[in-house]
Design a protein around this ligand. Structure first.
Ligand code: NAD
Length: 346
């Protein structure tokens, strides 16, 4: 067997441990050799917990000493661009956490650098790897729903401002629920729809509760340093005449504690994504055409598996650098529309 591919993780926090490192450790073709975190105690403690040989505070030192083949970028959003560019310059394949970057310009630069280096750059948009999403995409391609003209994506939390990390800091994250959780449902919706071309977007955003409250489902935050939106509502118009409505919140006075779902309305049938359910109306009665019993929760590892298999040469698709750019472009247009109060043409 050829030598194991050497993997290093940059940013040793929550997602690095529960998703990236946990997955890499299941693959016999890989060797997880290093973790880098600007907080060296965090890097060391993760390395100790998982038996990773090296911990660094500085990525340059890691590249010099470890010569990795694969990098996972799990730092706050602001640092994705620099860490991905550095990984590509060092000849590595990269799995970068979502969102790709802070701006579409950065995401375009990352895509171009990956192409130039001939390396894989994937983003962890894991909802598209759920069996539900894969099934609906197949059904859309097969024409089961007919023309889809209204899609509604929801990533809503009643009071779920993250109490860890820097998710309430606009400088470091680029925004709030849209760039953190709305982006997941946006990606899943766009994937099922086959990335239709966007004509223009409208949006409204609010900052009402994040600066007022201080605790919720995911712990406590400081309302005095809360600088991101807490709810955002957007309409995306496609060139094919259809629309996508997006609703997303960290905090909003709604009944359910959270909703993460997408609904597609086609001429022949409608569908809900999680769990996948395709239905029709017959004389006022709802008739199920097909239904999965429960939503697929294995999607995190499926996303990681697609990346690793792709790197190893298998013909599996990933959330690639071009699609990452298109999603980042949409997020930026939605924020611009919300800030300006004007529609934004793409
Ligand atoms: N795909 C998903 O569902 C999902 C889930 C959670 C987080 N994320 C993404 O993962 C990223 C990290 O989120 P998290 O929840 O793990 O946050 P976290 O705060 O738990 O971890 C981030 C880590 O990065 C370190 N760090 C900060 N700046 C750094 C730098 N310049 N260089 C090296 N290390 C640095 C911090 O010390 C921290 O340990 C974010 O981009 C977030 O959007 C994605």
């Amino acid at each position: 067997m050829s030598r194991k591919l050497r993997v290093a993780i940059i940013g040793g926090g929550q997602v690095a441990e529960t998703v990236h490192a946990s997955y890499y450790l299941t693959r016999s073709e890989l060797e997880l050799v290093a973790v880098v975190d600007s907080n060296i105690e965090r890097a060391q403690s993760l390395a100790n917990r998982l038996g990773i040989a090296h911990a660094f505070a500085d990525a340059d030192e890691m590249y010099r000493q470890c010569q990795p083949d694969i990098i996972s970028v799990c730092t706050p959003n602001r640092f994705h661009h620099q860490h991905v560019m550095q990984a590509l310059e060092n000849g590595c394949h990269v799995m970068c956490e979502k969102p790709p970057a802070m701006t579409p310009e950065e995401a375009a630069e990352m895509r171009d650098a990956a192409r130039k280096a001939g390396k894989v750059l994937a983003y962890d948009f894991h909802h598209r790897f759920a069996s539900d999403t894969q099934f609906l995409r197949e059904q859309v391609v097969a024409g089961t729903l007919g023309e889809i003209y209204v899609t509604t994506a929801k990533a809503l939390r009643r009071c779920g401002v993250p109490g860890w990390g820097v998710f309430t800091n606009k400088e470091l994250q680029g925004g709030g629920p849209l760039i953190d959780i709305g982006i997941h449902m946006l990606d899943a919706a766009m994937y099922v729809l086959g990335f239709p071309a966007v004509k223009r977007v409208y949006a409204h955003s609010f900052q009402k509760l994040g600066t007022l409250k201080h605790s919720g489902q995911f712990g406590e935050w400081d309302p005095k340093t809360y600088t991101v939106e807490d709810a955002l509502f957007a309409t995306v118009e496609f060139r094919n005449g259809g629309i996508l409505r997006l609703e997303t919140s960290f905090a909003l006075n709604i009944e359910p504690v959270s909703v993460m779902n997408v609904e597609f309305c086609g001429v022949n049938a409608g569908a809900t994504l999680f769990p996948a359910h395709i239905y029709q109306d017959e004389a006022g009665k709802l008739v199920t055409l097909s239904q999965r019993e429960s939503a697929d929760t294995e999607r995190h590892f499926k996303s990681m598996r697609a990346f690793v298999d792709h790197v190893l040469g298998a013909p599996v698709s990933i959330a690639d650098a071009e699609q990452g750019y298109l999603i980042q472009q949409l997020v930026a247009a939605i924020y611009r529309a919300a800030e300006s109060g004007e529609s934004i043409e793409l």
